[in-house]
Design a protein around this ligand. Sequence first.
Ligand code: ASN
Length: 294
Amino acid sequence: MKREALALEVTSVVLGASRDFLVREGFVELLPVILAPVTDPLRTTPEWAVISAYGRSWYLTRSMIFHKQAAIRVHPKIFCFSPNVRLEPAERAQTGRHLFEFVQLDLEVRGASREEVMDLGERLLLHILSQVRRECGKSLEREIPEYSRPFPRISWQEARQEFGEDFEVELSRRSKTPLWLVDFPIDQREFYDREDPKRPGVLLDMDLLYPEGFGEALSGGEREYQLERLKARILRQGLSLDAFRPILALAADGLPPSAGFGIGVERLVRFICGFPHVAQVRLFPRVPGEEAPL
Ligand code: ASN
């Protein structure tokens, strides 16, 4: 089968398997938000995509993090296939992992702990992989190993000490199984990741890395939800309270504690198919710095 067609088939199975799994777990699907008065600060992506309409500016969604926090006020378990636009620097075209328009399967659970969503993430990934093996196994150019749970985990500090600056690349390259990177230092992540009340300066967050050098799979954690803590974290990052007024207004009104994560759909399909670049997963890829014919 041609690679383009294989990518479409695998993507379709990934979406279906994710939906089936999450609906069985009691989740409801949220329709995506594309334009919003506030979006994810993501300090590693300095450019913002903004349009102007009706006399004001609208951000194109970088992630639905704040909408997820708002949505779990209404329903305890939500997910969304969320299109995100992130104007990554053009050099990131070479990483094999970056598109400036991509889709993430983003979910959030009211009252959940990090442990609970890590458990969910492992079960979700294994379910998707087994469904893909069943439905597309014959067409795949590689075999996806059976991974066992729980996946190993390593803290950010340990990983950094053991593998140096490029620990994420190194860990993913050496690993034969998906593995968790946990406990990022407070200034490495965004203000919405919750600081561990028992370990100041350490976040209750996580990334999941794919094995064989495919890099980051998923990112998430517990959330800050209390007004004063959110304000302190925004200011600590040198951001203005005014820019995040909508999320502060929600917190003032009452945000429940929650945890969640987002898993990049194209990266997952790339990993399953063993493709060198995520652009091969999309029929109409948006590669940083490159023209698009259609
Ligand atoms: N989806 C991520 C999360 O849930 C946020 C992100 O994509 N930046 O934490």
